[in-house]
Design a protein around this ligand. Sequence first.
Ligand SMILES: Nc1ncnc2c1ncn2[C@@H]1O[C@H](COP(=O)(O)OP(=O)(O)OP(=O)(O)O)[C@@H](O)[C@H]1O
Length: 434
Amino acid sequence: MITHDRAFLDAVSTRIVELDRGVLRSYPGRFSAYEATKARELQDEALAQARFDKLLAQEEVWIRKGVEARRTRSVGRIARLERLREQRAARRDVVGKAKLELDAGMRSGKIVAELEGVSKAFGERTIVRGFDYTVLRGDKVGLIGPNGAGKTTLLKLILGQLAPDAGTVRLGTQIQVAYFDQMREVLNPEATLADTISPGSEWVEIGGTRKHVMGYLGDFLFAPARANSPVKSLSGGERNRLLLARLFARPANVLVLDEPTNDLDIETLELLEDLLTDYPGTVFLVSHDRTFLDAVVTSTLVSEGDGAWREYEGGVEDWLQQSRRAAALAAKDAAKAAAPKALAAPAPVAGPVAAPAPARRKLSYKEQRELDELPVRIAALESEQKALSEQLAGTALYSETPQRVAGVHARHAEIDDELMALLERWESLSGPAR
Ligand SMILES: Nc1ncnc2c1ncn2[C@@H]1O[C@H](COP(=O)(O)OP(=O)(O)OP(=O)(O)O)[C@@H](O)[C@H]1O
């Protein structure tokens, strides 16, 4: 019996067979029993994953320690870390694939939009001039230009929401657009996380594929225990993560993301990168975060001023390289034309913009000092923890008072937390600029 009628299922079934992430599982009993067991399993899974993450994080702290510690690294421990990393990567894979099934709404036609000689001006100001452009299904397009260059206007033209002054825009078939705009999206602060994703149902259902909302929230790094908390209890970054979860639960085949990376932590950024990279539909991405753009886009639309827009294959780095090359060639040609007999001077390497920003954010003097001291603090905590582990493994400790034994246990656990906090600090200080 295959049905979406839960009341009916609950009344008649004696066994539920579930297909989740490509695995079939059988649960004896009625539908309500299955739901309870499933929620428990998801919770256990989240707990096991959290434990695993903690171990991995500790091992990452260890491997990242200074040169001195590096000499004493054990081969076995490094091999174990590599295995842990692989397991972690595989887990993300499963999640990514599961979501892809949810995302793939109805496919759009092969051509999403075709623009010919499109121009648009607001009063005296020309935003787009004589623009020819074709977007195909699956293109991931980055838009780059200073504030007010016309990125939003160009997007509206491409998606047929704004009529051009001149030229034609032909839209493809079956296009369903979903937007992610942190500034404008509104979340009901009183609604729960689960209700925000899938109002009135415990299931997220798109294109015939269903997933329990707890599991879906888990994919977006919300623990099952939080599914029934109100939106107002979330931090700003968590709200953005929830908006992303809602975006990917919509049956769209064209996603438009305007500055999606503001306020997202590293893990969510990676998740978003993976989601967008694997997303089978078309993506338009406006972002000032070059690393993020480079990771996701397959082509870039760049404002070259005065209504001129140009398409480059690849991401920001490719655009910079290509435009530097073009500028160098132009300079060479100009030099040749101006002074044909002069000795060939090295071509100036000039581009429309400066070289890419350094990958790491600029630290204040105080932060740099803190970062430099972190390995020492981590090493001290680890050697303290090692000494405690030895005491716990030996017999002498147990001839002392029970309070003393409990104290050693407690300090050992406390060091775990301190190490985690230092690792997080290390991540945030040494992470890329955003
Ligand atoms: N409906 C409108 N009427 C008049 N002017 C407009 C209209 N929409 C946009 N503009 C102007 O056109 C220019 C381009 O705006 P647009 O919002 O497309 O830029 P943007 O590149 O997306 O900017 P930002 O990076 O700041 O979001 C701006 O100067 C804006 O004031």
